[in-house]
Design a protein around this ligand. Sequence first.
Ligand code: G6P
Length: 372
Amino acid sequence: SAAEKGGYDYFMLKEIAEQPKAVADTLLGRIDANGVLALDEVRIPSEVLREVHKIVIVACGTAYHAGMIAKYAIEHWTRIPCETELASEFRYRDPIMDRRTLVIAISQSGETMDTLMALRHAREQGAKVLAICNTNGSTIPRESDAVLYTHAGPEVAVASTKAFLTQLVACYLVALYLGQVRGTKWGDEIHAVVKELAAIGTQVEQVLATMEPVRELARGLADKNTVLFLGRHVGYPVALEGALKLKELAYMHAEGFAAGELKHGPIALIEEDLPVVVIVPSPRGRSVLHDKIVSNIQEIRARGARTIVIAEEGDEAVVPYADHLVRIPRTPTLLQPLVSAVPLQVFACELATARGNEVDQPRNLAKSVTVE
Ligand code: G6P
């Protein structure tokens, strides 16, 4: 009913709008007044966490993209080798695990069969499993050694939005916590990032307040057949997520690429007026990445692409090459997905609406896939 949708036309719009609160709720009580992470609820003793020598993240769909982003954060802040794999692939390739392997299973519903089978297999091999889940008492957390719940509240729309952002928050919390427990050389950075993370809800709100031009742009692209997405570093999984949203909702051919791979194939797809969304890393910090992606934007634009550039405030280098420029607030590089994913959600939702599609219940899809 309209009341359930809180006055919005679709659950998806309501859930996109709820993201600042979902993010804040997921952080609540997990960072103390001194900026120290308090994750005692993760009942894996610190001694065990200090012994972990490998982390494997398993998930499906949007949760898998959260896991891909988590890999960058975990390896950087903890120096523990981390891989992220689709649950359906992981389970059947005889992966190597032992008692010092920590498997993180990410799932909104807690009922996805592929993810469940992967974690059962991991536990059989002696690995410890930590679930990141949005649904209290569901099967995946029940069968795991420990759980960190995301507090997104119920997500009704099939295409995941607020659950994704809170999965990211939970992954950052785990990465920063592991870094804190293990005392890596990134101590000061961890401390600074925890502070920025605590304030991220406000930045998500800022993004939401500036989405009208993105909706207008989306409506203008309703008759296109293809949209490409490019990103580097944590912007790469964001590109994959932007493309997934567009497939799910707009039923368009959409693909995400690592921008560095352009010259190895995707650039052959560029033709006159092809919309290409580019997620640009911050020019501060890892500026090498930024400069490379600016060249990529130049390259595709020279071949006729219509560039839709998502870049942080104050990044002037992208201006000459952006047919459409979407500004996002400044964040530490690793946290950028929390703000850069939001315009892509809005974009896909509006495109779907413009194409007359059923936003909350896309064809052929289910909210929770409980078969393998
Ligand atoms: C389905 C949903 C996706 C979701 C995926 C994983 O495909 O349509 O939105 O990302 O399952 O679901 P989970 O509940 O495990 O996060």
